[in-house]
Design a protein around this ligand. Structure first.
Ligand code: FAD
Length: 477
């Protein structure tokens, strides 16, 4: 009798412990992916990530094919879909890799209980994180609330389990249950096709993820610690969308950074591992505080006097704020479904502190437009910038978008790529076009207010207003 192998955000064959268990179970294996409804909080994904999902499922179908298997696609409530598959196939067991978002956890508990009560074998496995969130605890047994001791504990807790290779073959059932066609799910945008430029830089699927990892280690890891902050340098791994849908495991990444040639200075390797650990720390936060994307971790911020200004929010979304580094970031997000980490911090600070717009609105926009949208990393980082999060950046640290631009994009290469109307502007003014003399603007073919907007707020004024708003909050209790 078959075993169902339930894929979720773990769309890979490599280092997949549920797959491994199914493969050695001596049962025919029926791989299945269920598109769960929004009502149970497990889906659908944001629109940009749905684009990714479509291509990732296609890649997974192809690699399962090579193992002599298939991927069965179903949609609807997970438990109902699984029960139907059991009825149709006579399956007696199911395996999956654990997920750590609150809705996913709740669903998995429900499914496991219902199936076990019905006499099924239902087993879940680790592998989406380096360590299970219940494992890393402080000396007094409580979860970590600050990153540095968390990192120390992670470092001291030993290497994560060594990754397991994909099986060479999967036993097929004598007959396959019906599958939805992927096309019928309409995951790709049609008119307008706003994802048309995604494929310029992205190839979804686990083979591309492995290639990305290898290229990064080969070409960029040496220098990562410094270069990672400069958005115009090809310095970061670009692994985040692959990690978000589980096309590569963090353990595979971690172990790939062991035993490297000595020419790569250790600080680069440590710095990269520390970022992988930030992802882990975000999941620990979500695990402890399921409302991470809807409520302030620190409830002192519950009374924050947010402003709601639809026009300003729209200017931010469209990259029309008049601050080039902010606009470049927001346009990179729209064009590629991704934004450089340094610039994410700058645009988030601008929304929250310069515009005084609730961080939750920014979190929701990112969730819909990022191909790497992640329930833990997105919410935790927005709260980090807002000052309301665990171990957050203090609210009074307000990024100056001009100085940030000048420091991290000194020649304006990043701005010129994503804000082409400023391409010919002198580097001296590339981050402050509103201060450029008329003849400099003229030479670059720019009329401010016509080709490129004037700033929608004066940063110095906005900064003072933000600090006043923050001062109006009750003191820390
Ligand atoms: P690299 O520098 O190569 O880092 C390697 C990996 O480490 C990343 O792929 C990612 O998994 C992890 N990582 C790096 N920085 C962070 C971080 N600050 N927090 C958590 N994990 C990190 N990351 C997401 O994956 N999904 C999100 O939805 C997301 N939303 C964000 C929202 C805001 C406001 C901010 C400031 C950051 C957000 N990040 C998010 C974190 C970070 O910007 C991205 O992980 C990073 O830019 C991805 O690029 P990379 O893979 O080239 O990173």
């Amino acid at each position: 009798k078959p075993i169902l192998l339930w894929f979720r955000k773990d769309l890979r064959l490599d280092d997949n412990h549920a797959l491994q268990a199914a493969a050695i179970s001596a049962r025919p294996v029926i791989p299945v992916y269920i598109r769960e409804p929004e009502a149970n909080g497990c889906g659908p994904l944001g629109a940009a990530q749905e684009w990714w999902l479509h291509h990732s499922l296609t890649a997974l179908q192809d690699s399962l094919h090579e193992l002599g298997s298939k991927l069965v696609l179903r949609k609807g409530d997970a438990l109902a879909a699984i029960e139907k598959l059991i009825e149709e196939t006579g399956a007696e067991a199911i395996a999956w890799n654990r997920r750590y978002d609150p809705a996913g956890i709740a669903m998995d508990i429900q499914v496991k209980k219902a199936l076990r009560d019905a006499g099924m074998e239902a087993n879940s496995f680790a592998g989406q994180l380096l360590h299970e969130p219940s494992r890393l605890r402080t000396g007094t047994g409580t979860p970590y609330k600050t990153y540095t001791p968390f990192w120390r504990a992670l470092e001291q807790s030993g290497e994560p389990p060594f990754p397991v290779d994909a099986p060479a073959k999967l036993d097929a059932p004598s007959h396959w249950p019906q599958s939805d066609s992927l096309g019928s799910w309409s995951l790709l945008p049609t008119k307008p096709n706003w994802a048309s430029s995604f494929a310029d830089i992205w190839t979804p699927g686990e083979a591309a993820a492995r290639e990305r990892l290898d290229d990064f280690i080969e070409a960029a890891l040496d220098g990562y610690a410094v270069d990672r902050d400069f958005p115009d340098r090809p310095a970061t791994s670009l692994l985040s969308p692959h990690l978000a849908l589980g096309e590569i495991s963090p353990a595979r990444i971690w172990h790939a950074t062991r035993g490297l040639p000595e020419k790569i200075p250790t600080d680069n390797i440590v710095r990269f591992r520390k970022e992988i650990a930030w992802r882990e720390f975000c999941y620990h936060q979500l695990f402890q505080f399921p409302k991470l994307n809807s409520a302030n971790w620190n409830d002192r911020y519950d009374d924050f006097p947010w402003r709601s200004d639809a026009e300003l929010f729209d200017r931010w979304r469209r990259g029309q704020t008049g601050y080039p580094i902010v606009d470049a970031g927001m346009r990179q997000l729209w064009r590629h479904g991704w934004m450089h980490n340094r610039v994410r911090m700058i645009v988030a600070s601008f929304l929250i502190k310069d515009l005084l717009i609730d961080w939750r609105k920014g979190e929701a926009w990112f969730r819909d437009t990022l191909v790497d949208a992640d329930p833990a990393s997105n919410a935790a980082n927005w709260q980090w910038v807002a000052g309301s999060g665990a171990d957050a950046s203090p609210f009074f640290r307000i990024f100056n978008p001009v100085l940030q631009g000048e420091k991290f994009d000194p020649d304006g290469g990043y701005v010129r790529t994503f804000v082409p109307e400023l391409a010919d502007l002198d580097s001296k003014y590339i981050h402050r076009p509103f201060e450029a003399p008329e003849n400099v603007l003229q030479r670059a073919g720019i009329t401010l207010g016509e080709h490129y907007p004037l700033p929608i707020v004066d940063h110095a004024v906005a900064r003072r207003r933000a600090l006043d708003a923050h001062a109006s909050l009750r003191n820390e209790t």
